[in-house]
Each structure stands twice: as structure tokens, then as C-alpha cells.
Design a binder for this molecule. Structure first.
Ligand SMILES: Nc1ncnc2c1ncn2[C@@H]1O[C@H](COP(=O)(O)OP(=O)(O)OP(=O)(O)O)[C@@H](O)[C@H]1O
Length: 342
């Protein structure tokens, strides 16, 4: 199996860590290691994606972080406090949505939230109506507040669960697969909400088995496989890891003259040429590669390649190198494809 990057990711000082684990381990009965020696650092203010295929240990980790199950070994700190020892101090500052909200179908969305709020011993009953109304508005359920929860779509139920997590101001939100089972519209709604919450300064820790979801909403990510941490860091750095090790990204040319483009690119040493509609992609020869990060200006060689296309009469609509995706990172670091179906 390929090794993770040799350089450890830079971590923020301890006061700026929303979550930190050292050697966190969980063996379920029967001895199987669901989580194996996890060292995780989640910076405050980040939107942190906890990424891994089904069964890689994400939910087990979240349950340990929230003090719902005991670790077999290792330690965890949440908002600077040891868990589960400091649960009573920490958990009021944490909003959690784990494995879908427990709702009463025969109650309206508003009445469900009312019950959640009433179950919170620190919630002042005199201001309950205000809090419930604000949380419903926050997740866009104001208009549907009077509807019975059983008539809610899955996306609306997830949003109601988020509203419950948002009844009190939170420093950290922990969301376990918040878009699981949702249709594309429901997914978009939840992702937009996560972005809004993050913009307000809340740290968001969300698990997902969907790579593109992490790329769309997260600033940071950790990748899990079979209970072990494969890598963690900013999403940009994780992509750059793979980009650096390859030396360059893949060339993409958009043109109505694909056949001519293929010929010219081949003459200039571009290999593995593929055509899909008006997009031609290929591997650049080493000398034409951009030298460093994906945002750097293309060097002269790449510009020469573009000029050669234009000179040969190829009409170029777009020309550039694609940066590596998190999927590339996952495949490179684990030697496995990524299960997106489950
Ligand atoms: N209560 C349990 N008892 C025994 N084994 C368990 C238990 N819960 C989870 N496991 C096992 O531990 C491993 C990790 O499961 P976990 O649910 O943490 O993974 P996950 O990444 O959250 O996956 P999913 O997205 O499917 O929930 C799996 O092999 C799972 O079968």
C-alpha cells in the first residue's frame, strides 16, 4: 500500500482545536478494531469533512467523541475538554445530528422542536417559543412548521434535526452523514445550510462517504479506511499532495476540432489522449508540466502547446490542467477505489 505523505500536516495550537484525539481506539466485542489508533486534529472555525467508505469507523469515532460509547484505548478532547469526563460541560456547546433525528410523526415540526427544547434542563421555558421559532426559520422550515413531521420529506426531517441541534448557540456542530438518503435538492439544501452555519463561525465536523460533498463544503478533511486515519489536512493541501507526486495535472482542451487537437497534441508528446464530446484530455510530457501548485501560472511550454494548437487551426475554447480531486487522493493513498454507491 502506498505510504501517506511523510510530512505531518501543520496543526493549530491546542487552544484552537475543536476536536483532538490521541491513539483513539475502539474494539467491539469479538475484538474487531472499528477505530485503530486515531490521531485527529480539527481546527476551530473549520468545516471538517470526515471521509471514508461505509464501515471505515466514522460513526464509531463520532460516538466516542460525544461520550455515547467508551473508547477501548486513547483519548479525546472536544472544545479543549477531555471526553467523556467533561461531557456535562462540553455537550451543551455542541449540536449533534447522529443517525437521523428521533421525531414524533404525529407532532408538527414546531411541536417536535418544542419537545427537544423542553428536554434540555438549561433551556428557559419562558423563551422557548422564541427559540423554537428562530431555529425553524434558521433551517428554512418556518412555513412548514405546522405540518406533521410524518408528512415531511427526508430533507425536511434532516433540517428539523439540524434545527434541534441549533436551539442553543453552539460552538461545534457534529453531523453524521447529514445528506445520507437525500435527493439532490435535499443535499443542496443541507450543504447550503452547513456553509451558512460555518460562515457564522461555528466549527462543523461532518462525516460523509461522498468525496464530492467534502470537496464542495469543507475546508479540511480527514480520510479514513478500515478504522485507520490515512491522511488529514486542508482540502487544498490534500489535493496538492497528489498533484505534487505526479508532477502535474491532466491537460484538458475544450474545442470543436477534437480530432485535429488530438493530432497536434500527440505530435507534441501528450499521451493517453481521450476525447469526450468537445473535451480532449491527456497526460502532459514532463517538460510541459506546470512546476508547482495548481494555481500557478502555466510556464512557457504549456503556452507553446496552446499556441501550436491555434497555429494548426484548432479553435480552442478552453485550455488548462485539472487539479487532482480528493478521489485521486484516496485512490493514491489507499490503493483502492472509493465506494460511492453505499
Ligand atoms: N455496535 C457494534 N458492534 C459490533 N461491530 C460494530 C458495531 N458498530 C459498528 N461496528 C463495526 O465497526 C466497523 C466501523 O463501523 P462504523 O459504523 O463506525 O463505520 P462508518 O464509517 O460510520 O460506516 P457507516 O457509514 O456505514 O455507518 C464496521 O465494520 C462495523 O460493522
Amino acid at each position: 500500500m502506498p505510504q501517506p505523505p511523510a510530512t505531518a500536516p501543520e496543526h493549530p495550537p491546542s487552544g484552537e482545536r475543536a476536536i483532538e484525539t490521541r491513539g483513539l481506539t475502539k474494539a467491539y466485542r469479538g475484538g474487531q478494531l472499528a477505530v485503530d489508533g486515531l490521531d485527529l486534529v480539527v481546527p476551530r472555525g473549520s468545516v471538517f469533512g470526515f471521509l471514508g467508505p461505509n464501515g471505515s469507523g466514522k460513526t464509531t469515532t463520532i460516538r466516542m467523541l460525544m461520550g455515547l460509547i467508551d473508547a477501548t484505548a486513547g483519548s479525546a478532547r472536544v472544545l479543549g475538554q477531555p471526553m467523556p469526563a467533561a461531557s456535562r460541560r462540553v455537550l451543551p456547546k455542541v449540536g449533534a445530528l447522529i443517525e437521523g433525528p428521533a421525531l414524533y410523526g404525529y407532532l408538527s415540526g414546531r411541536d417536535n422542536l418544542w419537545r427537544f427544547d423542553a428536554a434540555d434542563p438549561v433551556a428557559d421555558p419562558r423563551t422557548r417559543g422564541e427559540r423554537v421559532g428562530r431555529a425553524l426559520e434558521r433551517v428554512g422550515l418556518g412555513a412548514a412548521a405546522g405540518k406533521k413531521a410524518r408528512a415531511y420529506s427526508l430533507g425536511m426531517k434532516q433540517r428539523l434535526g439540524l434545527a434541534a441541534a441549533l436551539l442553543q448557540p453552539r460552538e461545534l456542530l457534529v453531523l453524521d452523514e447529514p445528506t445520507n438518503g437525500l435527493d439532490p435538492q435535499g443535499m443542496r439544501e443541507i450543504r447550503a445550510l452547513v456553509r451558512e452555519l460555518a460562515a457564522d463561525g461555528t466549527t462543523v465536523f461532518l462525516s460523509s462517504h461522498l468525496l464530492d460533498e467534502i470537496e464542495q463544503v469543507c475546508t479540511h478533511a480527514a480520510v479514513m479506511a478500515r478504522g485507520r486515519l490515512i491522511t488529514q489536512g486542508t482540502v487544498a493541501d490534500l489535493s496538492a499532495t497528489v498533484l505534487d507526486s505526479r508532477g502535474h495535472g491532466r491537460l484538458t482542451v475544450t474545442t470543436p476540432d477534437a480530432a485535429d487537437a488530438v493530432r497536434v497534441l500527440k505530435e507534441h508528446g501528450v499521451t493517453d489522449l481521450q476525447v469526450a464530446d468537445d473535451r480532449v484530455t491527456g497526460e502532459l510530457p514532463a517538460c510541459a508540466a506546470p512546476p508547482a501548485g495548481p494555481d500557478d501560472q502555466a510556464p512557457l511550454e504549456l503556452a507553446d502547446l496552446n499556441a501550436a494548437l491555434v497555429h494548426a487551426g484548432v479553435r480552442v475554447r478552453a485550455f488548462g490542467t485539472a487539479r487532482a480531486s480528493l478521489e485521486d487522493v484516496f485512490v493514491q493513498l489507499t490503493g483502492e477505489g472509493f465506494d460511492v454507491a453505499g
